[in-house]
Design a protein around this ligand. Structure first.
Ligand SMILES: [Zn+2]
Length: 137
């Protein structure tokens, strides 16, 4: 079980505390309502959006992951800057805002279609347009 805070996330299994970068917090507060708006508008079965260091084991490969989606549970993980618990460094580097919203649209599309099928890309195209227009409001 994980407990989500506004500014971070605590993994109860390992007891590790992840802290979202303060400069990412404002972005995060815009991402959450937008995720719900888009999910409602397209009737996607979203149950939760979580900030996460990486959705899997902490290693070189997982550092390239920008998001992940548990289709059955309706849970989306979005990777933001976080402190490496061993070195105390902030990592990975800050992501451009557009990139975070692109990942959001991608993971939202996975709520409907688990695989990267033509149907997935058609839905992603629609969701990206919606996410982009709502970002500008
Ligand atoms: Zn994907």
């Amino acid at each position: 079980m994980r407990r989500v805070h506004l500014a971070g996330i605590v993994d109860k299994n390992s007891g590790t505390s992840w802290q979202v970068h303060p400069l990412d917090l404002a972005l995060w507060l815009r991402v959450i309502p937008l995720a719900w708006e888009v999910a409602c508008a397209h009737r996607l079965p979203l149950t939760e959006v979580r900030p996460t260091p990486t959705p899997g084991p902490y290693n070189r490969q997982s550092q390239k992951v920008t998001g992940c989606c548990y289709t059955r549970e309706g849970i989306i993980h979005l990777v933001l800057r976080h402190r490496n618990p061993e070195t105390g460094e902030w990592m990975p580097a800050a992501r451009p805002e557009a990139d975070v919203f692109h990942t959001l649209a991608h993971e939202l599309a996975h709520l409907e279609e688990a695989r990267h099928s033509p149907r997935f890309y058609a839905l992603l195209h629609t969701l990206l347009r919606d996410v982009t227009s709502r970002r500008r409001v």
